[in-house]
Ligand binder design. Structure first.
Ligand SMILES: Cc1cc2nc3c(=O)[nH]c(=O)nc-3n(C[C@H](O)[C@H](O)[C@H](O)COP(=O)(O)OP(=O)(O)OC[C@H]3O[C@@H](n4cnc5c(N)ncnc54)[C@H](O)[C@@H]3O)c2cc1C
Length: 439
């Protein structure tokens, strides 16, 4: 049997059985057969979660056979796709119909089901995570039955199922509420960190999308802002040269070479991050939205990310800056700071509160444990809740205190999957083991 590994190389497993179902009936048959054989089931997406969310020691359901476009209504913007369709396939299909996703994260490699299952988000005070763009879901449950949910049909299942880490069932079809295809004017600009923090509230409020990267050993914020424009706006895409220099050489290939050097000589890391911060050029361009959101990520890293209440962000970053200045920690990767609107999804880190997400990273060949533990402590103390697809140490007991609807979610999961057909070690840790699970 082939061994599966996630993108970051932090998780691997050799499943007992690998199935590539074509359509809902084959998913239902695969679930029933697995249960009959006493095996667990996990659907996997593109393996871009840093946690063990998609690890399938029993039956691994592959997404490739569940990747068709089912229905497009260009008038209402409602689009139904099979769950395993990758976003980089979906985006051009939507554009052909004059449509686009309302907002996206910074890569497009994820499957639609994988992206929503961990609450994948971009950065805008105007929008929630991709899970908020759903209008209906079809799932195969642990007994092999098929259920559809939406705000009108099984609304509790919909409230929980829009972000469910694969724990309630196998998602087979997803209906998304899309928007007319739009363009974006993007400005990437290096600014002093102090000035950025002092004016952060304005920057978030006056831009449609605003985020920034900050390498901890530097005093510079690499800011990024997008203005949304109509789809027929004349485009001025980034030149191939600029894209090559910035995306391939500076932020990817050249950065990898420098980080390999930094792995051998860790004291060089602050200098490397200051050099990279200076080498990334300011740039400005206008392009169709899907081309603006997504970029390539070729340097492997480890990542954690917490959502804190938006008002807490400046104090949290100041605390992290003071810690780096007073300790001997070599941090090779930047923080990424993003802003997301409140939602009503039970497990969402943005449940009923506007949040700032703080992502912390480390190059995959360098130790991350002390750095990640510190970031988790500071962000957690500020009311932070972790991203379900990014590395963290928390357990079900922690989530019970931090997430208002956590107990409701777990009760629904226990009801739908009492023996833990869809559980694995990660889910046992973060949701608790279902009471009837004997495996
Ligand atoms: C380079 C990189 C950049 C990233 N950028 C962002 C970003 O900008 N914003 C952000 O929020 N996150 C980001 N992430 C995290 C990523 O979006 C999430 O981890 C996402 O869940 C990955 O989707 P996937 O298709 O790879 O799913 P996987 O990681 O394979 O699976 C994720 C979860 O979905 C479940 N699942 C998959 N398919 C189904 C199905 N059919 N039915 C039920 N459950 C299913 C799996 O069991 C698992 O629990 C990034 C990750 C990487 C590696």
């Amino acid at each position: 049997m082939a061994t599966w590994r996630n993108w970051a190389g932090t998780e691997s497993v050799t499943p007992a059985r690998i199935v590539t179902p074509r359509g809902t009936d084959e998913v239902a048959a695969a679930v029933k057969a697995a249960v009959g054989d006493g095996l667990g089931v996990k659907a996997v997406g593109s393996g871009h979660s840093f946690t063990g969310a998609a690890v399938a020691p029993g039956v691994q359901l592959r997404p490739e056979g569940l990747a068709d476009l089912i229905h497009v209504d260009a008038t209402t913007g409602l689009v139904t796709v099979e769950a395993g369709m990758p976003l980089y396939v979906l985006n051009p299909l939507l554009a052909q119909h004059g449509l686009a996703m309302e907002t996206l994260g910074d890569i497009d490699r994820q499957t639609v089901a994988g992206a929503i299952s961990t609450g994948t988000h971009g950065s805008s005070r105007l929008f929630g995570s991709i899970s908020t763009q759903l209008r209906a879901l079809e799932l195969v449950l642990a007994d092999g039955s098929v259920v559809t949910c939406s705000p009108d049909e099984h609304p509790e299942l919909f409230a929980a199922g829009r972000l469910s880490i694969g724990s309630l069932g196998v998602i087979t079809k997803i209906t998304l509420r899309c928007v007319p295809l739009y363009a974006m004017h993007a400005v990437d600009e290096a600014r002093p960190l102090d000035e950025t923090l002092a004016t952060l509230s304005d920057l978030v409020q006056t831009n449609d999308h605003f985020e920034f990267f900050w390498f901890p050993h530097t005093a510079t914020a690499l800011t990024r802002r997008f203005e949304r424009l109509p789809g027929d706006t004349p485009l001025k895409p980034m030149s191939r040269f600029t894209r090559t220099v910035d995306d391939r050489i500076v932020t990817n290939v050249g950065f990898e070479a420098l980080l390999r050097f930094g792995t051998r000589f860790p004291k060089a890391i602050p200098g490397i991050t200051r050099f990279v911060t200076k080498a990334v050029s300011d740039r400005e361009f206008t392009d169709l939205a899907p081309h603006v959101y997504a970029s390539a990520r070729n340097v492997r890293f480890r990542e954690g990310e917490y959502a804190v209440p938006r008002d807490a962000i400046v104090d949290v970053l100041e605390e992290l800056r003071t810690w780096v200045e007073t300790h001997d920690e070599m941090v090779s990767f930047p923080f990424e700071v993003r802003f997301v609107k409140a939602d009503d999804i039970w497990l969402s880190p943005a449940y009923e509160r506007d949040v700032a997400y703080v992502a912390f990273h480390q190059y995959h060949r360098l130790p991350h444990e002390r750095w990640f533990a510190l970031c988790e402590d500071v962000l957690g103390a500020a009311g932070g809740r972790p991203h379900w697809g990014k590395m963290h140490r928390l357990t079900a007991d922690d989530f019970a205190e931090r997430i208002p609807r956590f107990a409701d979610f777990v009760a629904l999961r226990d009801d739908l999957d009492p023996t833990g057909v869809f559980s694995n070690r990660y889910l046992d840790r973060v949701l608790g083991r279902p009471s009837g699970a004997g495996r």
